[in-house]
Design a binder for this molecule. Structure first.
Ligand code: TXA
Ligand code: MG
Length: 351
């Protein structure tokens, strides 16, 4: 298959290209497109064959359900068996935007799309290119992140090309995404709402709208033996090809530890990398030193983290150390992804 490339901006949408993309989706083909969180790999959510193609293109296990993207709130009623009041409260507060809600599915949603589950994940993204595409494609677009399974989610179209060239009909380049980590997922099918994946919408923000929400324990204690409720959270995601460890504790101790560990690894012939922040960058020595952003702006770190992980792969770095980041706000999502990338390896120097 030859992948077609188009590019546009949210302020200058190429109507003809969107129309073409909509035709591809309606015919059962696949289109990668930007959203405000990460790039998505879109297919018609109501067509079981499209969902099967998504799993194949990503190399993703087909028990890992897809998120259905909508562009009109009222369309919820077509894909959900029933819609609780809490859904509309959350929609009013955070949609269009970086939130995904789980409801019980209606019959028109094929189990291929939901990975065999009786529930459906619904998201109404704010990116205007995504919005136009969903509308052109028939209103219900299944879209996981547009990476090959196991790789970091793409925050730039060039990473979609790296992973999916020749595997999808079209890739829409809409520039760098605004947020950089995937949507927050909240499950409304249980007695109490449960956060299944942390993202830009934080536990505190959910609490403010719904009162007390629970958080899936596997997010907080990832090494526990409990099975995560979002099937995708069980996979070792975002894993760089080299070995990554996180070092936590007071800044001076962390810098000394990392520099020493990197020097030792270098001596053994490893190619070394460090993930740090603008504040500490000048303090390190390694083959590749990358700042993910500034500690005064946690959102800058969210935006760059996946790019940094991919660049280490491109540079064939074999041993990496990362500083640890504050878990407040979007930091919870950043640390959740970083911990997965590190296979939960943390060196804690705080005691
Ligand atoms: O920001 C995002 O959510 C991006 C953009 C493209 O919208 N999409 C995304 O999709 O991150 P994906 O497939 O990479 O991650 C979806 C996660 C997986 O962990 C999956 O297991 C979970 O959502 N999920 C989907 N449907 C579910 C369901 N019915 N019940 C529980 N978890 C579900
Ligand atoms: Mg993903």
């Amino acid at each position: 298959m030859i992948t077609k490339y188009v590019s546009m901006t949210e302020d200058n949408i190429d109507a003809k290209a969107i129309e073409d993309a909509g035709e591809i989706l309606k015919a059962g083909g696949l289109v990668a497109f930007p959203t405000e969180t990460v790039y998505g790999l879109g297919g018609d959510a109501l067509n079981p064959k499209s969902s099967m193609k998504i799993y194949a293109a990503k190399g993703r296990p087909s028990d890992n359900p897809l998120i259905v993207h909508i562009c009109r709130l009222e369309d919820t009623e077509r894909i959900a068996a029933s819609v609780p009041e809490s859904y509309y409260k959350l929609a009013k507060a955070f949609w269009p935007g970086p939130m995904t809600i789980i409801l019980n599915k209606s019959d028109i949603v094929p189990i291929e799309t939901t990975g065999g589950l009786g529930t459906v994940a619904i998201r109404f993204p704010s990116n205007r290119i995504a919005h136009a595409l969903i509308e052109a494609g028939g209103g219900f677009i299944a879209a996981p992140s547009a990476n090959r399974s196991g790789r970091p989610s793409p925050t730039l179209a060039k990473y979609c090309r790296e992973d999916l060239d020749g595997r999808v009909e079209m890739i829409i380049d809409g520039g760098q995404v605004a947020i950089g980590v995937e949507s927050s997922i909240i499950d409304l099918t249980e007695e109490r709402p449960v956060i299944l994946r942390p993202g830009y919408i934080t536990e505190e923000m959910f609490d403010n709208v719904l009162g007390n929400v629970d958080i899936d324990r596997t997010i907080i204690a990832p090494d526990s033996k409990i099975k995560p409720k979002a099937p995708g959270m069980k996979y070792r995601h975002y894993a760089p090809k080299g070995d990554l460890k996180i070092v936590a504790g007071p800044q001076g101790k962390v810098v000394d530890y990392i520099n020493k560990a990197v020097a030792e690894a270098s001596e053994k012939g490893e190619k070394t990398g460090i993930i740090c922040t603008d504040e500490t960058r000048a303090l390190y020595r390694a083959d590749s030193i990358k700042s993910a952003g500034t500690r005064t702006d946690e959102e800058s770190i969210a935006k760059e983290l996946f790019r940094v992980l991919r660049e280490f792969d491109d540079e064939q770095v074999t041993v990496m150390y990362s500083e640890s980041f504050d878990k407040s706000g979007i930091g919870m999502a950043v640390m959740n992804r970083l911990m997965k990338a590190a296979g939960q390896q943390v060196i804690d120097l705080s005691k």
